[in-house]
Design a protein around this ligand. Structure first.
Ligand code: ADP
Length: 490
């Protein structure tokens, strides 16, 4: 058939729309429909096929039985009568024709010389017949039967004389073994109707069943769409199947987590803006106060400029810490893993911090139980340990101490940073790893804290699949314990 371009476009557009509306390949509804339909229809077809076979063989059996009885009756009637080719009494002829009509078959009467004396079809009168069943029947005085592949049955019944001793002929019935019912195909026709009707009922039921089963999925999907488009509340209230309830609970949990994440992102952005703005505001105030005054003494200029330089340094530190944090939060492909001697890393950090500790007369002790080599990202871990040791010095008291220890077993290495400092209040312990969290904002600011140090530390440790714990008592001191696997797990 020739299809014009325009028509072809319309047909393909229609088929695409149809496919996308009814995505049959992956549709649960279609699958349930097909499975239900097949589980219904296959047994029906099997049962009806078995029934058809059983019924057919029953009917054939009945038919053969009928043929046997009827020919037996006629053979008995004929035993009291005399017949020969030339002399066929009317009553015999009638009986033969009647049986031929009743059985819808051919009746042949054969004498002892195997000569056909009467053929109800008038085809072979006078001829000799040599069928083995007829010969055997004459010889044995017993009925013989044969069935052909074409579904015909030949029954030869002996006609005995009045004394029931000698055979005086053979009555042959040649008829189809199928009944009129079978021949007319009525049996299979009826069964076919039953099959069609029950298949139709099954298809309708399967359709309704599939629709009913899948309905909750559509409802859930609608609820999720409504929720994502903001038509409903922040959670889905779904009361379908137990499994669907679990699914909607999981979706609610996920949405909750996403909302928390979104809130914490928003908070982070507002914190960043605030933290970055503070030094700029201070600088502006300092600069403005210099500008509004006339004849400002050089000393005051110097003093204000020093303050401005401090604020610039602070701004710089915040930006550096933020960059470090962002880097730390990046994907794990960003890590640079190599075997590192942890003892050396800590020694180097301590060497850098020692002068700062000395200013407040803080004793800095390193205790290493064994040399430890581990697969780590040296830069990230240096940052993490630096923050912990710097904090131990920063939040310490004059003449205090900081003890750093390093140990390892066959799987992990452990770094402990203990100090005799101001300690952390119990209620703040769970918040100290949050970005920009500071127990005492003004104190932390005074000593140059950004509130990002512990967030960076924790992120670096988690990147190494490690853990960090803190024990602290206000006024007595703080101990951070870090555990990191010796081999890096990707
Ligand atoms: P900061 O830059 O303010 O030091 P951190 O993230 O490193 O930020 O630490 C968060 C807060 O935890 C600090 O402001 C401080 O109040 C508290 N803190 C951290 N380490 C110690 C410590 N060793 N002793 C007492 N307080 C500490």
């Amino acid at each position: 058939m020739y299809i014009q371009n325009g028509e072809w476009v319309i047909i393909s557009a229609f088929s695409t729309a149809f496919k996308s509306r009814f995505n049959f390949g992956n549709s649960l509804r279609v699958k349930i429909f097909i499975i239900t339909m097949l589980t219904g229809i296959i047994p029906v077809l099997l049962v009806s096929e078995i029934f058809k076979q059983v019924n057919k063989s029953d009917l054939i059996e009945n038919r053969i039985g009928n043929i046997k009885t009827q020919s037996q009756i006629l053979a008995t009637q004929l035993s009291s009568k005399t017949f020969s080719a030339g002399d066929m009494p009317e009553s015999i002829d009638e009986g033969i024709m009647q049986l031929s009509n009743t059985l819808d078959g051919r009746i042949i009467l054969v004498d002892t010389n195997l000569k056909i004396v009467r053929d109800s079809y008038n085809l072979d009168d006078g001829r000799t017949i040599l069928a083995p069943q007829i010969v055997a029947c004459l010889k044995n005085k017993e009925s013989g039967m044969a069935q052909t592949d074409e579904g015909y049955v030949l029954l030869a019944s002996p006609i005995l004389d009045a004394g029931q001793k000698n055979v005086k002929g053979v009555l042959v019935v040649l008829a189809s073994e199928q009944t009129e019912l079978l021949r007319a195909g009525q049996v299979s026709g009826r069964i076919l109707i039953v099959e069609l009707v029950s298949s139709l009922i099954i298809i309708i039921l399967a359709f309704v069943f599939a629709k009913f089963l899948v309905k909750p999925f559509y409802q859930l999907s609608e609820s999720i769409t409504d929720m994502s488009e903001g038509y409903t509340g922040e959670t889905i209230n779904f009361s379908g199947y137990k499994e669907m309830q679990q699914l909607s609970d999981a979706v609610n949990t996920m949405v909750g987590k996403m909302q928390t994440l979104d809130n914490s992102r928003q908070e982070f952005v507002s914190n960043v803006s605030h933290e970055l703005k503070t030094p700029i505001t201070s600088m502006k105030v300092l600069a403005d106060s210099l500008l509004v005054q006339e004849d400002v003494p050089v000393e005051l200029y110097k003093e204000f400029m020093l303050d401005i330089a401090d604020e610039i340094e602070r701004e710089n530190k915040i930006i550096n810490d933020l960059l470090a944090l962002v880097k730390m939060d990046k994907s794990s492909s960003d890590v640079n893993i190599a075997p590192v001697t942890i003892n050396e890393v800590i020694e180097l950090i301590l060497k850098r911090i020692r002068p700062i500790a000395a200013k407040n007369n803080i004793e800095l002790v390193f205790e290493s139980f064994r040399p430890v080599t581990a697969e780590v990202d040296e830069v990230k871990l240096t940052l993490a340990f630096s923050n912990l040791i710097e904090n131990a010095v920063k939040y310490n008291v004059e003449n205090g101490w900081v003890h750093v220890s390093l140990n390892a077993d066959h799987k992990f290495f452990y770094v402990k940073v203990a100090d005799s400092g101001i300690g952390i209040p119990e209620e703040s312990l769970e918040n100290i790893y949050e970005r920009f969290y500071r127990v005492d904002k003004s104190h932390s600011r005074e000593i140059g804290g950004t509130g990002l140090g512990l967030a960076i530390t924790r992120s670096a440790i988690l990147k190494h699949r490690g853990s960090i714990k803190v024990y602290s008592k206000e006024g007595e001191g703080t101990t951070f314990t870090v555990r990191i696997p010796l081999t890096y797990v990707f």
